[in-house]
Design a protein around this ligand. Structure first.
Ligand code: GLV
Ligand code: MN
Ligand code: MN
Length: 396
């Protein structure tokens, strides 16, 4: 694996969707940036002689070999979309590493005994329409297509309208695709680590054991719009006070339940400096090692705020296939095995019954979902080598 090969792919992606002020990425589903990334992936795959297809959820697949004739295959890949002001590595590192692993397998003269696929899942972060892993949930049937079509972004555009504008898939036909899923015999996703577990273990690459159970809840807080200069405090119905209670309760209950809770997104209506808001919507992200603790945390927050949160998504604990996990760790000479609190398409595929594993690449600061997210190039190259070793083993 050459540094030049990595740099060529990385630098082609670098400008797409980069916000010049924050230095972070804004790559949202079914936008112009999404289309540019899809074109980049299709062109890189085609130039390698891979067969590029789309499934009914709009995820992109690139096959070396014919999964319908000789499958199911071994699949690797990740996603190219981002959170608002996301880092460069979350998602793209897995896609770039997959393309480079194909190059490396060929350079090694590997003749795969089964087809190898690279998947580029759409809308993993759910940054625009709120549902994380929308592409993998849709294709596996974990997200109902009617519900997906009706999801709206902050401008009120539905996912169906966004799909129509993008012109990649017809929203009328979007949904579960058993044929596409049946082509996956095994799935391995390489991802930048989103914590410092590998720093602590002094390792460039690790293997995932599990993903914590996690979910997203919307909390609707009603108020009464009024004038900031003339409305007496006692006469106000100010939903910002409920928001403040929500944020503090989330923190307190997370500590109490040994879990994590985040209020990272709010929508204030009408959002004027000199007006009491008429309403606030806030999103609570909660995660933890034990599902019961996460559920209890959310219930306690709801009780304190006096509003029933709307569950927008829930992902139960993912325990990755133990035999596959051990096989990967063995191929990688005893690489460390560690869990994560971050969600991934790999978790959705595992939940659909597909033997699934993940590789993590060291993140020196642990920072992620931020422009400051980073991985050293030498570790990225070690990740490509590790993925290549693992794929070579699985393709035997
Ligand atoms: C996805 O990155 C998530 O964990 O929210
Ligand atoms: Mn992410
Ligand atoms: Mn990711």
């Amino acid at each position: 694996m050459t540094e030049a090969g990595f740099d060529a792919l990385w630098s082609a992606l670098a400008p797409v969707g980069r916000d010049s002020r924050s230095g972070g990425y804004r790559r949202f589903a079914w936008t112009g940036e999404d289309l540019a990334l899809r074109e980049w992936f299709a062109s890189e795959a085609t130039s390698r002689g891979l067969d590029v297809t789309l499934d009914r959820a709009g995820n992109q697949w690139a096959w070396w070999g014919d999964p319908d004739r000789d499958g199911p295959g071994v699949v690797t890949g990740s996603h190219l979309d981002s959170v608002p002001d996301g880092g460069a590595y979350d998602g793209p590192l897995g896609v770039v590493s997959s393309l480079l692993a194909v190059d490396a397998l060929r350079a090694r003269g590997v003749v795969p005994a089964r087809p190898l696929g690279i998947v580029c899942f759409g809308d993993e972060e759910g940054a625009r329409f709120g549902i994380a892993c929308a592409g993998s949930r849709l294709v596996t049937g974990a997200l109902d297509s009617d519900r997906a079509r009706a999801l709206t972004d902050d401008d009120g555009t539905t996912m169906a309208e966004a799909m129509t504008t993008a012109g990649v898939v017809d929203p009328a036909h979007v949904g579960r695709d058993d044929e596409a899923v049946s082509r996956i015999g095994t799935f391995v996703e390489l991802h930048v680590e989103q914590g410092r577990g590998l720093v602590d273990r002094d390792a460039a690459v690790g293997v995932a054991s599990a993903i914590w159970p996690h979910g997203r809840w919307r909390v609707d807080l009603a108020g009464e719009a009024n004038h900031a200069g003339t409305t007496r405090l006692v006469d106000r119905r100010d939903p910002m006070l409920d928001l403040a209670r929500l944020v503090l309760a989330a923190r307190e209950q997370a500590e109490r339940h040994d879990a994590l809770a985040t209020v990272g997104r709010v929508r204030v209506t009408p959002n004027g400096t000199n007006a009491v808001p008429s309403s606030v919507q806030a999103w609570l992200d909660a995660r933890g090692a034990a599902a019961g603790d996460v559920r209890a945390l959310v219930a306690a927050v709801a009780a304190e705020v006096g509003t029933e949160p709307v569950e927008e998504s829930w992902t139960p604990e993912t325990e990755f296939d133990p035999a596959l996990r051990d096989r990967l760790a063995g191929v990688l000479n005893g690489a460390p095995v560690l869990p994560t609190g971050a969600g991934h398409d790999a978790g959705i595929l595992s939940g659909a019954g597909i033997p699934t594993a993940m590789l993590f690449v060291r993140n020196p600061t642990g920072v992620s979902h931020s422009p400051a997210e980073h991985a050293e190039r030498v570790d990225c190259l070690a990740g490509v080598d590790a993925l290549t070793d693992v794929l070579e083993d699985l393709l035997r």
